[in-house]
Design a protein around this ligand. Structure first.
Ligand code: ADP
Ligand code: MG
Length: 225
């Protein structure tokens, strides 16, 4: 009976997600159809309409590519990876995006720490959290990634100087499609949590104020074998 219950719970999550996807795709489609009909009728302000249509299509593109990531088979290829190297890879990836906003990303921690993980998945975790940090900052400043080993746990803090998360929405972070951004997908934190789950890790918001927020990743540590 227990197994059945677990299964039906899972189905309802999938069902919820499917309903959310349908909704998130239908809205831009409806709006695209409307604008196409207007253009067909030969209205003015064509350039404005084209821009809105491109935005709507980009939103659907973003949603579908994040969903493709979720639907990838759950085969984990866990190997021993150097955490500092992995973080540096992601920083390199996002450096130009950060630079555009005059943001510097720094890594702080010992140079040798290994974690047993699926490299591309954990990279995705850092990409999602760093993107959020960059998007939260509208002034030049720093994003710091510091990590350390405490007892048998690796703690990784991502500290930004952004606007912070309003107290009343903290509990909604990680709900599929919850976003406060104009062109957000609201899938980043959900995916991040799923990946960390698969690694027996966790994600918490540790500090939060209008001077910025700190997201903490925890991952289990063990001796390299
Ligand atoms: P998206 O980035 O597409 O909105 P996410 O799941 O990545 O979706 O994030 C959900 C919401 O959480 C964001 O819309 C934002 O309101 C909030 N959020 C996440 N990270 C931060 C952060 N570092 N600073 C402020 N708000 C954040
Ligand atoms: Mg995001």
């Amino acid at each position: 009976a227990e197994e059945m219950m677990i299964r039906s719970e899972k189905m309802s999550v999938a069902g919820q997600l499917a309903a959310g996807i349908a909704h998130e795709i239908r809205n831009p489609l409806t709006s695209l159809k409307g604008f196409l009909q207007l253009l067909q009728a030969g209205v003015k302000h064509k350039d404005e309409y084209y821009q809105i249509m491109v935005d709507e299509i980009e939103k659907m593109e973003a949603i579908t590519s994040e969903l493709l990531f979720i639907s990838k088979p759950l085969t984990d290829h866990k190997e021993w990876e150097s955490l500092p190297e992995l973080i540096d890879d992601v920083i390199t990836l996002l450096r130009s995006q950060a630079k555009l906003k005059n943001i510097t990303i720094l890594r702080e921690g010992e140079n040798s720490l290994y974690v047993n993980c699926d490299r591309s998945q954990i990279k995705q975790v850092f990409i999602n959290l760093l993107k959020n940090a960059i998007e939260a900052m509208d002034k030049p400043g720093y994003i710091k990634i510091n990590y350390r080993l405490i007892r048998q746990t690796i703690l990784i803090d991502i500290v930004d100087e952004g606007e912070g998360v309003p107290e009343e929405i903290i509990h909604k972070l990680g709900e599929p499609f919850f976003t406060t951004k104009q062109s957000g997908t609201g899938l980043g934190i959900m995916i991040t949590k799923q990946i960390l789950d698969r690694h027996q890790g966790d994600l918490e918001i540790m500090h939060n104020a209008d001077k910025g927020s700190t997201f903490r990743i925890t991952l289990p540590w063990s001796e390299v074998s």
